[in-house]
Design a protein around this ligand. Structure first.
Ligand code: PMP
Length: 359
């Protein structure tokens, strides 16, 4: 059952139980309207209020200035990998990519299909185990793209670089996990399915001035302008996902906002990193200490047999999602906003007990 299942999935991932329970309560008869939110017109008053409240909550939590648009799109973060260069990379221009993991690589690959790209920095030579601190932005760069948290390798930018060209950030795996200065970026985007709700919604926060510089010759739905002009209601939005996103944001407010969430995330990650750090090499973290993520904790054991044993015993004890990504192996605990402190404490205790037994 839910009480004895510790969900460390990388995404889709744990949602706050109370949010699911509230959604369940409202599921069949939403606010007394005789139907679910999924069964209503996206042009009706009831849905419109839900839609606008979600946008307002996002604006408030992130302190988003009026000269930025907040959009709800579809196609996941992966479609943004293409939409960004389609809208902002014209012939004869080039875009710089900060390479910090598989998702940066995928983003860069899609841009390279649209135009010229180059690497502003890369930690690939060290299997992406750190966040670069020196950047080489070439003259005439249209935009720089970065991935703020590297879901697979478990590294995270602790502060953001600033350049004199537009900066675009994929925040899929650490959006709304801490307070940030939105104005450091011309565009932020994220798939919702880690910190913001179920999959199916992509959040885009984009500076109006920057949006205005987009190319005109794209298909209607692939232009940011289309969605900005129509309050993300140009076509049918993922209404249930947006409702859930709004409920998650309300829950973040109830936790005390992003400062409180940030502290909680730090405390949660510390429980697990402390076990790794004091294990005398029994557990080995993938990321360097300065670069390690508060969202995805990646580690290995001394050999594959022991790792397999760890994952087997962990599964028996109710831990879910601890397998590392298929591309890097090892173990990964994803400790997004909604993962309770108690689950992290349980994992830390389990790791200590496993070490004692097998050391
Ligand atoms: N960027 C990052 C950092 C991610 O973690 C993911 C998904 N795990 C993606 C992009 C791709 O997102 P989507 O599946 O929504 O396309």
């Amino acid at each position: 059952n839910r009480q004895t299942t510790y969900n460390f999935n990388a995404g889709p991932s744990a949602l706050p139980t109370v949010v699911l329970e509230r959604a369940q309560e409202q599921l069949v008869n939403f606010e007394g309207n005789g139907m679910s939110i999924m069964e209503m017109s996206h042009r009706g008053k009831v849905y419109e209020a839900v839609h606008n409240a979600a946008i307002e909550r996002l604006r408030k939590l992130y302190n988003i200035p009026a000269d930025y648009d907040v959009l709800f799109l579809q196609g996941g973060a992966s479609l943004q990998f293409s939409m960004i260069p389609m809208n902002f990379l014209a012939e004869g221009e080039k875009a710089g990519y900060i390479m910090t993991g598989s998702w940066s690589e995928k983003a860069c690959k899609e841009a390279t299909a649209e135009g010229a790209t180059y690497e502003v920095a890369s930690s690939k030579a060290d299997n992406y185990n750190y966040i670069p601190t020196t950047f080489d932005v070439q003259e005439g760069t249209r935009y720089v793209h970065m991935t703020t948290n590297n879901t697979i390798f478990g590294t995270q930018f602790k502060s953001f670089p600033t350049f004199d060209v537009p900066l675009i950030a994929d925040m899929s795996s650490d959006i709304m996990s801490k307070p940030i200065d939105v104005t450091n970026f011309d565009m932020i985007y994220a798939g919702a399915q880690k910190n913001l709700g179920p999959s199916g919604v992509t959040v885009v926060i984009i500076k109006k001035d920057f949006l205005a510089t987009a190319k005109a010759e794209n298909p209607t739905v692939l232009k940011y302008e289309t969605h900005a002009k129509n309050n993300s209601l140009y076509h049918t939005p993922p209404t249930f996902g947006i409702y859930m996103l709004g409920e998650i944001l309300k829950w973040i407010e109830e936790q005390g906002g992003l400062t409180a969430i940030d502290q909680q995330n730090k405390d949660k990650a510390a429980l697990i990193y402390d076990v790794i750090d004091t294990s005398e090499g029994f557990y080995v973290g993938h990321a360097t200490k300065e670069s390690r993520s508060l969202m995805n904790i990646t580690f290995r054991l001394q050999d594959e047999a022991l790792e397999k044993q760890f994952l087997t015993e962990a599964a028996e004890a109710g831990f879910v999602g601890l397998n590392g990504h298929r591309s890097v192996g090892g173990c990964r605990a994803s400790t997004y906003n909604a993962v309770p402190v108690a689950a992290c404490q349980a994992l830390a205790d389990f790791m200590k007990a496993f070490m004692k037994k097998h050391n």
